[in-house]
Ligand binder design. Structure first.
Ligand SMILES: Cc1ncc(COP(=O)(O)O)c(C=O)c1O
Length: 467
């Protein structure tokens, strides 16, 4: 391939529609025909959904039932245009939102106090803000938060925005938060501790009871990131699986985030942030009685919000019901267990990280020269989309409803075994999916990667270059 072809292929990869659709750089002079628009957009949606619908994608798509999506779309459309900031016009939003919070709280043994946010990141960042403000009342002006390295990166983002120092504690050999290392990092400026149930990287539940006890001992709060597991683990526990206590039953847990747009099977754009007390929640409220625009009050980051997402989230929880959640959890756990046990029993070249529930992370064992990113190259070529991890290099398969089809675990294990054989045959060759990771582990590599990653973000906001 010539350099020009390489560049062309790269652009096509990033902007796959640049040669088949018009790229608009300004509003068209005349309206585009609705039927044509719908056809074009539906074509993109169908082709982009295909891999996930086949059950070959890790995480990301949690429900996979297009009837459910269509129903939620119908509900969404009833309120999509409504701005629920105007509660006098849309009191239904108060009902929907309060009941979403109540249902989430009852699942997690909470006190009924919470807010609905736009997603996991907003829930985490908002919690961090509340703890910062709580600590400000006792005079903390240089706040820090203590969390394991595996805590979700949205917390690092929020801390960066809000000038909060993040103190990362290492993991134990079992890949969960090292609580004694966390204890060492706490000082009088620590605003809160964080643990995950379960964490994104390895799907493991941190020792929440121990972290919460530590928080209590220091008179500070503890946030549990249940964004991923919050709407799944309670059902898994009810099915009789061994799930350690991690929710409000644990004294010392003062807030929990649980994403309805993940295992709650709602449309994208909703999460619940629960607090143990109204006092903690009030830190995120904003009221400004002196604004010329009127008396302004707002519970969180967003101003105008679409009523569609609140109504459809409400409908998702009700239309699934306990029996629906239990059935889904059963399928997820039997697939995850088959994959976890299958790797342990049949693929000795790989090691499952820790003892996960619904998300299985695996790596080449310490000392092995098997390149896990070569394994990923082959899985990709076979049509499977895993999530790549680093520190240590690993992959994970977060099992969701679309992955629970008959025989899927077996087909995946066969693909994985073939991928390991591929990696063994190509030992020493550079892996396509790992190039960037290797590069990042030196200070210069880090700086260069940051530049490249910012460039990618720029590109994500640019119209496709001319074909
Ligand atoms: C454990 C955990 N926390 C937080 C998040 C962030 O959620 P969101 O992508 O909805 O902002 C994720 C996303 O996967 C997650 O797995």
């Amino acid at each position: 391939m010539t350099a020009t072809n390489d560049a062309d292929a790269l652009l096509d990869g990033f902007w796959p529609y640049r040669k088949t659709t018009e790229s608009y750089r300004a509003v068209p002079a005349e309206p585009v025909d609705r039927a044509q628009l719908l056809h074009e957009i539906a074509t993109m949606a169908q082709s982009e959904d295909a891999q996930g619908d086949a059950g070959h994608v890790s995480g990301s798509l949690y429900c996979g039932d297009h009837d459910h999506y269509a129903f939620l779309g119908e509900v969404f459309s009833l309120f999509s245009h409504a701005n629920v900031l105007q509660r006098d016009m849309y009191p239904s939003a108060t009902k929907f939102e309060a009941e979403i919070i109540a249902m989430t709280s009852s699942l997690l043994h909470g006190t009924g106090v919470g807010v609905v946010t736009s997603g996991g990141s907003e829930s985490l960042i908002t919690a961090l803000y509340s703890y910062r403000e709580q600590a400000r009342e006792r005079g903390v002006t240089q706040p820090n938060v203590v969390m394991p390295t595996t805590a979700h990166v949205a917390l690092d983002k929020g801390a960066h925005w809000m000038n909060i120092e993040v103190r990362h504690a290492p993991l134990t050999d079992g890949y969960v938060a090292d609580v004694s290392a966390m204890a060492e990092l706490i000082d009088e400026n620590t605003i809160a501790l964080v643990g995950s149930a379960a964490n994104y990287a390895h799907g493991l539940i941190d020792p929440i009871e121990e972290i919460a006890a530590l928080a209590k001992e220091h008179g500070i709060g503890m946030h549990v990131d249940g964004c991923l597991g919050g709407w799944l683990l309670p059902w898994v526990e009810r099915l009789g699986y061994d799930v350690p206590l991690w929710d409000f039953r644990v004294p010392g847990v003062t807030s929990i985030s649980a994403d309805t747009h993940k295992y709650g099977y709602a449309l994208k754009g909703s999460s619940v942030l629960l607090y143990r007390s109204r006092e903690l929640r009030k830190h995120q409220y904003f009221t400004y009685p002196g604004w010329p625009g009127g008396l302004y009050l707002s519970p969180g980051l967003a101003g105008s919000r679409s009523g569609g997402i609140i109504a459809s989230t409400y409908a998702a929880l009700l239309a699934t019901g306990e029996s629906g959640y239990l059935r889904a959890a059963e399928g997820i756990m039997s697939t995850a267990t088959a994959i976890k046990e299958g790797i342990r029993a049949r693929i000795p070249q790989l090691e499952v990280i820790g003892d996960p529930t619904f998300l299985v992370a695996f790596r080449a064992p310490e000392g092995s020269d098997l390149d896990i990113y070569l394994v990923n190259d082959s899985l990709k070529a076979q049509g499977w989309r895993m999530n790549s991890l680093q520190l240590p290099p690993a992959l994970h398969f977060c099992i969701t409803r679309p992955n629970t089809g008959d025989g899927l675990a077996e087909r995946f294990l066969e693909a994985l075994a073939a991928a390991v054989a591929y990696a063994e045959e190509h030992r020493g060759e550079p892996a396509q999916s790992g190039a960037m990771y290797g590069f990042g582990h030196t200070p210069q590599g880090h700086a260069t990667l940051e530049t490249v990653m910012s460039g990618v973000l720029d590109a994500m906001h640019d119209v496709a270059p001319e074909a």
